[in-house]
Structures are given as structure tokens and as C-alpha cells.
Ligand binder design. Structure first.
Ligand code: SRM
Ligand code: SF4
Length: 577
């Protein structure tokens, strides 16, 4: 329902945005307050737009309370990396900041960005300045705006990839908030706004209230759906004819987030609505975003994502509104095919003669541990590399554009530090990912990143027992139903319900075209393994040779294929009326 017709009160965040003077609030003042490690509540909503989340260490929350101490507050900083492309200098800058302020750890995210955790308030400005000095930034990495724009990372077809990444970067720049608050607060920029008059800043696309909710944009290059295009608000599918990029099919209305027990919330797949030329990508993005700005729900954040705007009003309404705003009609969609969602590990050669190597990073966590000095290894590569790093949407990294002269040097480092051994881990594991969850995520209900590796150890044993270790199964785990590792697209998904308890989902598609469905609710590890024992036994005996796990569980009747996201959280038998 449009906000003009909806008489319900606006969400509190809407007032915070309106009154914030284009995202300033009292952040600058709060940073100076040394009495607490936290910021004011309203400012913590605004810092998200600057790429900063206030968190506390949940492992010691109870103990701190017992000691009558405030929670151990710190901040997560997310740096945008458009199209996931980082220079070696930017890599080194993140490495250095992680070492100095972020507990020695870098997190590669499911949206091709960098995250640092555990930054104390007093170190926030220095860290943000360091990120900006490396020519990355954090504005709009979070908040009710367009986030980091993703793009298929593998540059095998270099010229096409470069053209698509350029389009992604242009949309990213076009949709970046215009407020000068970011420079003013974090980079000691010139104070261009009179805070009393709240007048001279501007936001030509978003306006004072920004979007009703976060907004996510992605570019994919078929046949690789390694960015999970159908899980995003706005997508561009590259169409190549005669070796030339001729334009993009547009997708709209995807999203993952849901709330346990609230049937009005569910994941939805994006739909393809037409085709536009390469030069039209920004115009389309702006028109789509302004439709969500004007029609998205602002009285209920749980219903505020773009996916609901489209689901409520229908795709035909949306197409008409879009064409009207554009002043021209999208062309009919062109044909394309996706075949996989995963990354292609190991070496590949580009059409310009340079090389790439993709390395599996378990759950995107880069840190040094005894016996596995992963952060050091990648730093050593960055110190000599003359190409790029590409962060993948599966939380892995591609060292790309390696010159033939450098290949053996980089190979030697990766080999010496055991990074190639990571790629030799089970097919199950290298097709898995987990969100951050505990101890930093304020919304986590169960472990994810810290637990999935040990669960996979046990599932690997089962796979081995049934001799199906050669079958890749896309497996994803999140610590709550928000879906940060896109678990509803997985062939085998686990979503945290409470400590040690997960809902188990089956039936996603290997190429990311189908949502999965809840198979068991609130189960512990022993039950997960019992359930998988039965299903793996059946799969081993009855699956066709090429049949993917996600397709088999539907054919064998473990779950029904869902036709609309509202069915995902219903148990088998409860839906499809
Ligand atoms: Fe996410 C919130 C981490 C990708 C859906 N997500 C959060 C927060 C910020 C928790 C919070 O609001 O306090 C998490 C911070 C944890 C931490 O300590 O780092 C968090 N999300 C992540 C990351 C780091 C997961 C990861 O392991 O990589 C990913 C960062 C991506 C980035 O670089 O921008 C991340 N989040 C996603 C994705 C996947 C995607 O976009 O492809 C989704 C599902 C797609 C979608 O948006 O529909 C996702 N995150 C959410 C939601 C649910 C939104 C909704 O529609 O309901 C929340 C909660 C919210 O917004 O209220 C959330
Ligand atoms: Fe946190 Fe939930 Fe996202 Fe995991 S899925 S990072 S637990 S919000």
C-alpha cells in the first residue's frame, strides 16, 4: 500500500532519517563521548548508512552484566567493493587496518565486500579514514539505500567481464547517496551544512527519508549465476551476442529475509521483466529505486522490502510504472541460461593471456591460525601482485589478472601456505557458506560460521559412507531467518532457531533458480544427521547419475517444489492448496 493511503504510524526509523539532517544526527558529538563505548540509539540507525554497525561481544554479554559493566561495545565496518574488485593496495590497507584495529581478522561477505569487526569507538574515524585513503569507502555499505553493487567476479572472458563490471560500477556510483555528511563526520570534510537550518545538503534520488528499506543490486554473466541473481532487489543479466555485450535482461523483486513464525514474511525470487541497452542501466536503476522510494511500505519494516512492493501490487503494475517513469518501454527479454551458482576453483586463463586463481576461504574468514597462516599468505600475494583481487559472492577470493611472469611466484606462495589444499577439501565444503552469526551479530539465534565446519565434518562422513562424496551439494547455514548466506537458495539449508537448533531446508537448485522448502523444524545435530542418513541412502541408491541433490529430494517427495516464497516455511503437506 502506498504511504499516502496507509494511515498506520510511520516506523520510528523513518522519523530518525527525516530528522537526521541527511544522516548526520549527533554522530559527531557521540564519537567524542569517552564515557561510553556506544553511540546514541538513534545514531546507531544512522551509522548504518555510513557502513557501520554497533555491536557487542555476545560471548561475554551475560558476564559483563553480572559485573555491572556495559556490554563490550565495538563496531563492525563494511567497506563497499563495487563488483567485488579490489586492488592489491586496497587489500593491503584492509589487512593493515585489521591488524591494528580489527582483531587481526578480515571477513569477506556474501555480497563481495570486506568487513572488519571489533573496532572500538575511539578507532572508528582512523579506520574509516584508512579505508578511504585506499580509495574504498563505506558509505551505503549498509542502511536504507542501494548497497554494494555485485557482479559475477570471474574474469575469464576479460573484455565482457570488464564491460559488465564497468556497468556495475556506474550503477554503484549513480545510486551512492549524495549527502556530504559522510565526508564531514569521518574525513574532516568541509562543513557544508548549517546544522541549524538543515538546508544546504541534498539527496536528488533518495530524498530526505531515503528508501523504506535496504536495496540490493547485482550483475550476472551467464552461464554463471555465482551472484545468486534471483535473491536480489534489482538484477542485470548480461546478454552477449557475437562476442559483444549488447545489454541486460532486468530482474526485480528478489529477497531472502523472513521472521520465524510470521507467515507474512518470506523469501521471494526475482522475476525477469525485460531488456535494456548498456547505456540505459543507470536510468533503469534510478527509475526502479524511485518506485520503491515512493511505493515501498514505511509503516512496517518487516514488509518494507521491494519484494513485497512488487508481490502486493503485481509485476504488471510494476512494469507499467517503470515504463512510465522511463518514458520508454523495456524491450522483450533475451534468452539466456544459468548452469551453476558456485565458484570455479583453481587456475583459469583470461582471453588477454593473464591468469586467475580462485581459492576457497571457509566462510569468508581471513585470519592467521597456528598451522594455517591464511592472512599472511594473501598479504604476501598482495605485496607482489600487479592484477586484482576479486571477492566472490560465495565468500571466496580470486587472485586475478596474474601476468605470466608472476604466475610461478604467486603459485609458490599459495602452495607454501597450503591454500591449494583448501581447494581440495570436499565438494560439499567448497560449495558451502555460513553467515557471521555469533559472537558479533546482534540478531543471531544460533551459531553459523563457528559451527558449520564441524557439522560438515560429520556430513562428510555420511557422504563417504554412501559413496556420494563426488556429488556437490550447495549447503548454506545462517544463525537466524534473515538469510544473509542466502540459505533459501541452497540445496541443503540450515536456519538457526535457537542455541544448537536449526530448521532444515531442502530442494534449492544447483544453478540458483529455485527456492527450497522447510523439511524439519527446530532440530538438533543428532536429528540433522539422522535425517540426512535416510535421505543420502536413498540418494545414493535412486538418484540418476547427473541428478543434483536439490532436484532429487523433490522428485523423491521429501519436499514439494515451491511455486511462491510464501510456501518456503510451510512444512510438507501444509501448502500448495
Ligand atoms: Fe545480512 C542484517 C551480515 C548479506 C539479509 N546482516 C545483517 C546484520 C548487519 C545484523 C544486524 O542488522 O544487526 C549482520 C551483521 C553480522 C556481522 O556481525 O557481521 C549481517 N549480511 C551479513 C553478511 C556479513 C553475512 C556474511 O556472512 O557474509 C553479509 C554482508 C553483505 C554485504 O557485504 O553487504 C550479509 N544479508 C545478506 C544477504 C545476502 C545478499 O544480500 O545477497 C541477505 C539476504 C538477501 C536480502 O537482503 O534479502 C541479508 N541481513 C539480512 C537481513 C534481512 C533483510 C530482510 O529483508 O528482512 C538483515 C536484518 C535486517 O535488515 O533487519 C540483515
Ligand atoms: Fe546475523 Fe541472521 Fe544475518 Fe546470520 S543471517 S549474519 S545471524 S542477521
Amino acid at each position: 500500500m502506498s504511504n499516502k493511503q496507509n494511515k498506520a504510524p510511520l516506523e520510528a526509523v523513518e522519523h530518525i532519517k527525516t530528522d537526521s539532517n541527511y544522516l548526520r544526527g549527533t554522530i559527531a558529538e557521540g564519537l567524542k563521548n569517552a564515557v561510553t563505548g556506544a553511540l546514541q540509539d538513534s545514531d546507531t540507525q544512522l551509522t548504518k548508512f555510513h557502513g557501520i554497525y554497533q555491536q557487542d561481544d555476545r560471548d561475554i554479554r551475560v558476564e559483563r552484566r553480572r559485573q555491572k559493566l556495559e556490554p563490550l561495545y565495538s563496531f563492525m565496518i563494511r567497506a563497499r567493493v563495487p563488483a567485488g574488485i579490489s586492488t592489491p593496495q586496497q587489500w593491503l590497507a584492509m589487512d593493515d587496518l585489521a591488524e591494528r584495529y580489527g582483531g587481526g581478522s578480515i571477513r569477506l561477505t556474501t555480497r563481495q565486500a570486506f568487513q572488519l569487526h571489533g573496532i572500538l569507538k575511539r578507532n572508528l574515524k582512523t579506520t574509516i579514514a584508512g579505508i578511504n585513503q585506499s580509495l574504498l569507502d563505506t558509505i551505503a555499505a549498509c542502511g536504507d539505500v542501494n548497497r554494494n553493487v555485485m557482479c559475477t567476479p570471474n574474469p575469464e572472458n576479460s573484455s565482457i567481464h570488464a564491460a559488465v563490471a564497468k556497468a556495475a560500477a556506474s550503477v554503484s556510483a549513480h545510486l551512492t547517496p549524495a549527502t556530504t555528511a559522510y565526508h564531514e563526520i569521518w574525513l574532516e570534510g568541509e562543513k557544508v551544512v548549517d546544522t541549524q537550518k538543515q538546508s544546504s545538503d541534498h539527496e536528488p534520488i533518495y530524498g530526505k527519508t531515503y528508501l523504506p528499506r535496504k536495496f540490493k543490486t547485482v550483475f550476472a554473466i551467464p552461464p554463471h549465476n555465482d551472484v545468486d541473481i534471483y535473491a536480489h532487489d534489482l538484477g542485470y543479466i548480461a546478454i552477449v551476442e557475437d562476442g559483444q555485450l549488447i545489454g541486460f535482461n532486468i530482474t526485480v523483486g528478489g529477497g531472502m529475509g523472513a521472521t520465524h513464525g510470521d507467515s507474512a514474511t518470506f523469501p521471494l525470487l526475482a522475476q525477469v521483466i525485460g531488456f535494456c541497452g548498456v547505456e540505459q542501466v543507470c536510468e533503469v536503476a534510478e527509475a526502479v529505486v524511485t518506485i520503491q522510494r515512493d511505493f515501498g511500505e514505511r509503516t512496517n519494516r518487516k514488509h518494507a522490502r521491494f519484494k513485497y512492493t512488487i508481490d502486493d501490487r503485481g509485476i504488471d503494475w510494476f512494469k507499467q510504472e517503470l515504463n512510465q517513469r522511463l518514458g520508454w518501454d523495456l524491450e522483450l527479454e533475451k534468452s539466456f541460461e544459468f548452469t551453476s551458482t558456485g565458484d570455479r576453483y583453481g587456475w583459469s586463463e583470461n582471453d588477454d593471456g593473464s591468469f586467475n586463481v580462485t581459492v576457497f576461504i571457509e566462510n569468508g574468514r581471513i585470519k592467521d591460525q597456528p598451522g594455517f597462516m591464511l592472512r599472511t599468505a594473501l598479504r604476501k600475494v598482495a605485496e607482489i601482485h600487479t592484477g586484482d583481487f576479486r571477492l566472490t559472492a560465495n565468500q571466496n577470493v580470486i587472485v586475478s589478472g596474474i601476468s605470466p611472469q608472476q604466475k610461478s611466484r604467486i603459485e609458490k606462495i599459495l602452495d607454501e601456505y597450503g591454500l591449494f589444499d583448501q581447494n581440495k577439501r570436499s565438494l560439499l565444503r567448497i560449495n558451502s557458506m555460513a553467515c557471521v552469526a555469533f559472537p558479533t551479530c546482534t540478531l543471531a539465534m544460533a551459531e553459523a560460521e563457528r559451527y558449520l565446519p564441524s557439522l560438515l565434518d560429520k556430513i562428510e562422513v555420511l557422504q563417504h559412507h554412501y559413496q556420494i562424496s563426488d556429488r556437490a551439494i550447495v549447503t548454506r547455514m545462517t544463525g537466524c531467518p534473515n538469510g544473509c548466506a542466502r540459505p533459501y537458495m541452497a540445496e541443503l539449508g540450515f536456519v538457526g532457531k535457537g542455541p544448537g537448533k536449526y530448521n532444515m531446508y531442502l530442494g534449492g537448485d544447483f544453478s540458483g533458480k529455485r527456492l527450497n522448502k522447510m523439511y524439519r523444524e527446530n532440530i538438533d545435530e543428532a536429528t540433522i544427521l539422522q535425517e540426512l542418513d535416510v535421505i543420502f541412502s536413498d540418494y545414493a541408491q535412486h538418484a540418476d547419475e547427473q541428478e543434483q541433490f536439490g532436484s532429487f529430494v523433490i522428485r523423491a517427495g521429501y519436499v514439494q517444489a515451491v511455486t511462491h516464497g510464501s510456501q518456503v516455511h510451510l512444512m510438507t503437506g501444509e501448502n500448495h492448496a
